[in-house]
Ligand binder design. Structure first.
Ligand SMILES: Cc1ncc(COP(=O)(O)O)c(C=O)c1O
Length: 391
């Protein structure tokens, strides 16, 4: 198919849920990706914080091919080793907990919401409300889109599930004021991603942890975008010396193969046989991919590398013309321009061989693969400078 034929067929056969950029990607290697005309781009989006090891990492490709040749799927009616090994590895890397596997971020958060509701019934006199942050993003299912603190995503689908209260991000007093008899949990992103990479103010997450302990609430951290090395620690909460009661993961976990996880500490580990399930969740193929990803992140020291490259990326963004603010942590950085040029900058970057993500009129997000090299960042920087000159 030519590009034009593809775009026309897409319009005919796919629901119009995405505003796609005018490029057809066909193959990649590491932080570089190519389109159908053979043009190469430095990929600073990485499938929206998904491809931790970039594109076509040989260790993941090999692991997936070998597992596909042996056993792709069994259902959760039986034991499979990759699932158990992956759960053990995630627990070792994070905090004492047990794992439920899913296929996406929204499903991981659905599991967390069900845990909070069951826990509230059992341990807080039937409490069911979850406090979340304005501007947050937790997914597109009915419950997670209601948890999401951006009404425009949820309103077309009313009536919405009950039990979600939104407060300004970073305001501990607002959480205190919103807490009542019905409150079961507080659910936050340790750095808000989708809205344009908003880190928490100093002491906020520590304060929320202490409040949840004092009030007997669950603290749920959505680490779907921040988890697995992206912020320069395995998990973003590790910057703060706290642990959540429930943590959700997805995105980077499978290096592009769909898989998510919900981890519950003993206090929150309330799900019993029959309470929850998933046909595909934790299947041998996805778990084998995730095991390969974690093994490479660890053996190649990519968590420390992400911290280091994050410093370089931040400096590159700060150096662009017309920048108001640059904010982020590790390889999760956003630039806010003084003028509303983000969309034009994104389009110009594409012409200059750099993939970035405009999240609103002024803000551009970059979440490159953890494997990105200084030379690739310099190449992206040169492309962004040229794009800025013309945007
Ligand atoms: C913090 C966060 N939570 C949840 C989600 C939803 O994940 P998914 O699209 O895999 O359902 C996202 C996706 O952008 C996210 O960034």
């Amino acid at each position: 198919m030519t590009s034009r034929e593809l775009i026309e067929a897409e319009r005919t056969y796919l629901m119009s849920t995405f505003n796609r950029l005018p490029v057809t990607l066909v193959e990649g290697r590491g932080a570089l990706v190519r389109d159908d005309a053979g043009r190469e781009y430095v990929d600073l989006v990485a499938g929206i914080a998904v491809n931790l090891l970039g594109h076509a990492h040989p260790a993941v490709a090999r692991a997936v091919a070998e597992q596909a040749g042996r056993l792709i799927h069994t259902s959760n009616l039986y034991y499979t080793e990759p699932q158990v090994r992956l759960a053990r590895r995630l627990v070792e890397l994070s905090f004492p907990s047990r794992v439920f596997f899913t296929n996406s971020g929204a499903e991981s958060n659905e599991a967390a919401i069900k845990i909070a509701r069951k826990w509230g019934k059992r341990h807080r006199g039937g409490a069911y409300e979850i406090i979340t942050a304005e501007g947050s993003f937790h997914g597109r299912t009915l419950a997670t889109v209601t948890a999401t603190g951006q009404p425009r995503y949820a309103e077309p689908f009313a009536p919405l599930p009950q039990g979600f209260v939104h407060v300004p991000y970073g305001d501990l007093d607002a959480i205190r004021r919103a807490t009542g008899e019905r409150t079961a949990a507080v659910m936050l992103e340790p750095v808000m991603g989708e809205i344009g990479v908003v880190p928490p103010p100093d002491g906020y997450l520590e304060g929320v942890r202490a409040w949840c302990d004092e009030q007997n609430l669950l603290f749920i951290l959505d680490e779907i975008q921040t988890g697995l090395g992206r912020t320069g620690r395995w998990f973003a909460h590790q910057h703060h010396g706290i642990t959540p009661d429930v943590m959700t993961l997805a995105k980077g976990l499978g290096g592009g193969v769909p898989i998510g996880a919900c981890l519950a500490a003993p206090r929150a580990d309330v799900l019993e046989p029959g309470d929850h399930g998933s046909t595909f969740g934790g299947n041998p193929l996805a778990c084998t991919a995730a095991l390969a990803v974690l093994e490479v992140v660890e053996s190649e020291g990519l968590v420390g590398h992400a911290a280091e490259m994050g410093g370089v990326l931040g400096a590159v963004l700060r150096d662009l013309d017309g920048v108001g603010t640059v904010r982020g942590r590790g390889l999760m950085q956003a630039v806010v321009f003084e003028e509303p040029v983000a969309k034009r900058f994104q389009a110009r970057c594409l012409e200059e061989g750099v993939i970035v993500n405009a999240v609103d009129e002024r803000t551009v997000r970059t979440v490159p693969p953890l494997v990105i090299t200084p030379a690739e960042l310099e190449r992206a920087a040169a492309g962004m400078r040229r794009a800025r000159a013309g945007a």
